[in-house]
Structures are given as C-alpha cells and as structure tokens.
Design a protein around this ligand. Structure first.
Ligand code: UD1
Length: 340
C-alpha cells in the first residue's frame, strides 16, 4: 500500500508544488488547509496537473481536537507542516497573531505525530541565519537572533521539533531551511498568489511586467556586493518541492542518521537583485520598469547556501537554472491574467 503524507497548508504556494511532486512519486497525499491566505486556485491546479481529485480537508491546525481527529481517522505516515503565517512586516505589527498561530498549530501537529507514529517535516527558513558572518552558510553556521516575530517562530518551531524528538522515543523529524523559493510549475497551473501588494521580489517583478504595478523599487544599490544590490539564493519551487520528497523518502525508508536533522535547501549560487531583474528581462524578452529606492529595513546584505549536505544525504540538488525559473514565473503571471 502506498504511504500517506499529510500536507498542512497544502493549498498554498509551496504546499501545492510539494503535493504534486509527492503524488507523482506515488505517495497518497491529504491536503489540509484553512484557506486563510489563499483561494482554491492552487488546489484546482494540483488536481488538473494530476488528472484526479485529491482529498482536501478544510481545517485549522490550531484546533487541537480537529488535528487529533484527523490523525485518528487517517493513517498518516508523515506530515509536512506548511500551515503558518509568513508576512514579515505584519508579524512585527501583530506578534501575538504570529506566535499563537505558528506555534500552536505546530505543537498540535507534533502531539498528534507523536501519538500516531508519523514522521515530521518542518518548513524552516534561511532567515534563521540572520546576517551571516561567513558565506555560504552551512547547517552548522550559527543561528542569529531573529529580527521579526515571523523569523522567531521559525527558530522556535525548529526548537520544538528538536526537543520533542529528543524527549519522545520514536518521533523523528527533519527541518528544511529554504532560501528564496521562486517560480511556478512548468504547467503554469499552480504558482504564487500573493494577496495585495507583494512583499517578495519575484511576484513584484512579474506584476510590474504585466502592468499590475507601475514600477519595481530595487531596495538599495549601495550594499557591499559586486553590483551594490543584495544577493540571495533563489531556489526553483519545483526543485524545492523535490527536496521534500527526498526528505520524506529518507524518514519513511529509515535512512535518517539522527532523529532530528536539518538541511539547507538552496542552489549554492548567489544572485543579486539587479542580476535577477536583468535575467528576467532577457529570458522573457521584455523591459521592466524599475528604479533604485532606499534600502528596506531588516534586509540582510547577502546570503546563500552551502547545499552539499542535502546532496550527500538526501541525494538532492537544485537542477533548474534561474532563467528557466523566471520563464516559469512569467508564464504563471500571464496564465493568471488570461494572456497565455
Ligand atoms: C523574505 C523574508 C524571509 C522570508 C522570505 C519568504 C525579510 C527580511 N526576509 O526574504 O524571512 O522567509 O521573504 O519568501 O523580510 N527586493 C527589492 N524590491 C522589492 C522586493 C524585494 O529590491 O520590491 C529585494 C530585497 O531587498 C531583497 C531581495 O529583493 O534583497 C529579496 O527580497 P524578498 O523576495 O522579499 O526575500 P527576502 O527578503 O530575502
């Protein structure tokens, strides 16, 4: 019988891509989402890509009874926990909203996983490294104090997983630290759906190119980097999704070396904001309206991954080029606008 993976937040940007890759690898997937930050677009896209309806449960992971009931009524071999709030700025204004949602939901997942023997995969972030002293960052690079409640919830959830695994025999978990996930599925049927004005770079670029936004602001060109703009490690969303499949395989095939493991999920390749903008223009053959604006508070100068541990232990590495990823992001934006 196929193993079953529960994907909390499975109707969102990352969750929907992970659902597709897991299903294509032969896993049964149960999507659960409270739809607080998305509509049904990605869920429908997932079903269209796979050519079948997937089980969908509308629920809030902060509802402990609902989580317990879900685990009691379904055999769940592993759970991937995406259901969380993720807007950095909002988390500064509404810290209690972030702490209660992001921590309570994960505590409930951990309790149920412990009771039912499910493996746990947590979606962490490179934000835990703050402004690193040395580049690229390895999993051994020190975490730095979080600069936002959002970032703090990522660190606290990592600690919840680490401490639970240590205390509760049989519980196993992996935290994946994502760098900057971008792009969309090559089918252009699922992708990022930011609400309101996008905070992240690539959705802002594609919305500017399609005419929804007038002009992209490049936040700062006086950083101590080769071209003065910040450098990040942009990881293709399908590559990122495949890292989850490799991590679930590792948990369920009993290949973990420790009961709690952490892996960076990045390309190992720094790309500056200006390089990304130029690559977007070139690959999609268009001109983007942009201007240089003041630095954005809280941005780190540069961060990119050393992804060698994931390659060695998970047998995973990023495969898609920035150009392929930016072409997919643009195809998705056009699909949303009905122009494809
Ligand atoms: C941000 C969060 C990070 C979170 C991630 C989720 C911060 C400090 N970090 O990462 O915790 O996990 O999103 O995706 O908020 N940029 C522009 N113009 C724009 C938007 C962005 O120049 O309109 C620049 C930024 O200055 C940055 C780069 O593009 O240098 C990437 O920004 P963004 O996509 O927001 O990601 P991060 O800030 O790296």
């Amino acid at each position: 019988m196929n193993k079953t993976v529960l994907v909390s937040g499975g109707a969102g940007f990352i969750g929907s891509h992970v659902t597709v890759e897991l299903s294509q690898k032969g896993y049964e997937v149960i999507i659960a989402d409270n739809m607080s930050n998305c509509d049904e677009t990605n869920y429908r896209g997932v079903c269209a890509i796979l050519g079948r309806e997937l089980p969908f449960i509308r629920m809030d992971f902060c509802d402990r009874k609902a989580v317990e009931e879900l685990f009691s009524t379904h055999r769940i071999d592993a759970v991937i926990h995406f259901a969380a709030f993720k807007a950095v700025g909002e988390s500064v204004e509404e810290p209690l909203k972030y702490y209660s949602n992001n921590l309570e939901s994960f505590i409930n997942v951990l309790g149920a996983a412990r009771a039912h023997g499910s493996g746990v995969l947590f979606s962490s972030s490179a934000t835990v490294y703050g402004e690193p002293d040395e580049l690229p960052v390895t999993e051994k690079s020190p975490r730095q104090s979080a600069t936002s409640p959002y970032g703090n919830t990522k660190q606290m959830c990592e600690d919840l997983l680490r401490d639970s695994v240590k205390a509760y025999k049989g519980l196993k978990g992996i935290a994946l630290r994502y760098f900057n996930p971008i792009g969309a599925h090559p089918s252009a049927l699922i992708g990022e759906l930011p609400r309101g004005v996008p905070n992240n770079l690539v959705p802002f670029i594609t919305q500017t190119a399609i005419g929804k936004r007038e002009c992209l602001s490049i936040f700062g060109d006086d950083y101590p980097t080769p071209d003065g703009t910040c450098q990040r490690d942009y990881i293709d969303i399908v590559d990122l999704a495949k890292a989850h499949v490799a991590a679930v395989d590792r948990i369920l095939e009993g290949r973990m070396k420790e009961d709690y493991e952490i892996f960076n999920v990045g390309t190992g390749r720094p790309v500056s904001v200006m390089e990304l903008v130029k690559a977007f223009e070139k690959v999609n053959n268009l001109k983007l309206n942009y201007r240089i604006a003041p630095r954005r508070a809280g941005d780190v100068t540069a961060i990119w991954a050393d992804p060698s541990l994931a390659e060695k232990e998970l047998g995973w590495k990023a495969e898609r080029s920035v150009e392929q990823t930016l072409a997919a992001a643009w195809a998705w934006e056009k699909h949303l606008a009905g122009k494809d």
